[in-house]
Design a protein around this ligand. Structure first.
Ligand code: TMP
Length: 203
């Protein structure tokens, strides 16, 4: 039976989720909690192998449904082998991206129906976060930060047109549509300022 708290961090490119996940994990550990910090796509050897198929290469490498199914395949492995066991032993799990990224990128961004993605998630994964913190930063600023970071994992960053605007729109709307689970966090300003906002959102 699940007893730990499952927290996910969501947001567009360059919104600072990874840094903030690390800081939150450190703060909760300092308070005496067992914390598992993990990420998607990834978090197990199998899911990391799937990640490398997803985040590198040409933007058109996969169709929207191929992306959604690969993301879900990675998520099923991650939840079964890592996330659920950690929650069952009472750990707090912090995950950098989860189902809401699929809804944002493959749903709002690439046109798949939200209800179909939710049905797939309920069928195959069947685990929802207790709390989702949505880091909101102007999408142009986020993309510039992500571009400055560089690296090979830029497949989704490279999608043009208004793709990232649609992703951002989904993330802006999510805390308003699902306020019991999702909270918006202003991701602008210094790393320390954002960390304080995140700790406040946890209360
Ligand atoms: P990251 O850069 O935050 O590690 O995420 C990797 C990329 O994968 C990012 O561009 C968003 C994308 N992604 C999706 O498109 N759908 C998903 O379900 C997940 C988890 C990530």
């Amino acid at each position: 039976m699940k007893t730990g708290r499952f927290i996910t961090l969501e947001g567009g490119e360059g919104s600072g989720k990874s840094t903030q996940g690390r800081l939150l994990a450190e703060a909760l550990r300092a308070d005496g909690h067992e914390v598992l910090l993990t990420r998607e796509p990834g978090g197990t050897p199998g899911a990391e192998a799937i990640r490398s198929l997803l985040v590198t290469g040409d933007p058109d490498r996969w169709t929207p449904w191929s992306d959604a199914l690969l993301m879900t395949a990675a998520r099923v492995d991650h939840v079964a082998r890592v996330i659920r066991p950690a929650l069952e032993r009472g750990a707090t799990v912090i995950c950098d991206r989860f189902i809401d990224s699929t809804r944002a990128y493959q749903g709002a961004g690439r046109g798949l129906e939200d209800a179909a993605l939710i049905d797939l998630h309920n069928e195959a994964v069947c685990l929802w976060p207790d709390l989702t913190l949505v880091l909101l930063l102007d999408e142009a600023e986020g993309l510039a930060r992500a571009a400055a970071r560089g690296g090979a994992e830029a497949r989704f960053e490279a999608i043009g047109g208004d793709f990232h605007a649609r992703v951002q729109e989904f993330f802006v709307a999510l805390p308003k549509a699902e306020p019991d689970r999702c909270k918006a966090v202003n991701a602008g300003g210094s790393i320390d300022d954002v960390a304080v906002r995140i700790r406040d959102a946890l209360c």
